[in-house]
Design a protein around this ligand. Structure first.
Ligand SMILES: C[S@@+](CC[C@H](N)C(=O)[O-])C[C@H]1O[C@@H](n2cnc3c(N)ncnc32)[C@H](O)[C@@H]1O
Length: 261
């Protein structure tokens, strides 16, 4: 297990990556589910570079408040930069497993692509419930890498690469686990939706196109035989873009839950 670390180079990469169309659409779907209203107090867990934080701040307006936090210093800095002109936003360094907020501080919480990286999911969800007001809503979005369909002329190698990549996460299959884990933490789960990606090209503006490089880089640094498969795997997938046979698909799952009133 080598859970991904969010360092300065990753923060710089995410500045570009979070502007691609499928991530913009992911934010739109997350905001739609959150349905933030003027004056609300909202928490953004694991805010990263703060794109979602800034969008929420605009929705709650000057009478509302957005608190955002992240464990990684480069992300806290990026989030603060992005929201510098927004007096209703506070970005700080903190951990989702032990949050620096009093009980019942927020009307709603949002956590997008964060719990994938946290080994103690149950403890983190207990914290999420603690900081919500009774009746408050939680919007949680995470990827399930078990939903991946990625064309390859060597399916056995594709499976080895995918299995190695899953080590990057505390739980690469967290999408399917979220509803049950939220119920165990005392939430009422109202609904779950897929936020699907389906791509036929692998450009820099495609999610799979960017992941191709990230997966190859990660695999190449893994111990053992798999490291030697990284280049051949990447070339095989890229060759499919030349013949018109490229296909990439992956689901993120958006879960809407509520703390009982
Ligand atoms: C993939 S990014 C998602 C960023 C943001 N939520 C978004 O969707 O735009 C994951 C973020 O979770 C943060 N993270 C990982 N473990 C965390 C923890 N235990 N507590 C708070 N943040 C954490 C990482 O530092 C990183 O910025």
């Amino acid at each position: 297990m080598a859970i991904h670390q969010f360092d300065a180079s990753e923060a710089a990469r995410l500045e570009q990556h979070y502007a691609i169309p499928v991530i913009v659409e992911q934010r739109r779907r997350t905001l739609e589910a959150l349905a933030a209203r003027p004056g609300e107090r909202i928490l953004d867990v694991g805010c990263g570079p703060g794109f979602l934080t800034a969008d929420i701040a605009a929705l709650v307006g000057p009478t509302g408040r957005v608190c955002a936090f992240d464990t990684a210093d480069p992300m806290v800095e990026a989030g603060r930069r992005r929201c510098a002109a927004m007096p209703n936003v506070e970005v700080q360094k903190a951990d989702a497993r032990k949050m620096p907020y009093p009980d019942a501080s927020f009307d709603a919480v949002v956590a997008a692509q964060v719990y994938l990286f946290i080994p103690e999911l149950d403890a983190a969800l207990q914290e999420l419930r603690r900081v919500l007001v009774p009746g408050g809503r939680a919007i949680v979005l995470d990827t399930d890498w078990g939903s991946t369909v990625w064309s390859s002329r060597d399916p056995a190698r594709m499976a080895r690469v995918r299995d190695s990549w899953k080590q990057r996460y505390a739980d690469a299959h967290i999408g399917r686990a979220l509803p049950g884990a939220l119920r165990r933490a005392g939430f009422v789960v109202e609904r779950a939706e897929a936020v699907a990606i389906v791509e036929l090209t692998a450009t820099e503006q495609d999610y799979g196109g960017g992941q191709l490089k990230e997966v190859a880089k990660y695999i190449a640094a893994r111990p053992g035989e798999i490291a030697r498969e990284a280049d051949a795997w990447k070339e095989d997938v890229l060759a499919l873009t030349q013949t018109g046979d490229y296909f990439f698909s992956l689901n993120r799952y958006l879960v809407v839950a509520r703390k009982p009133g």
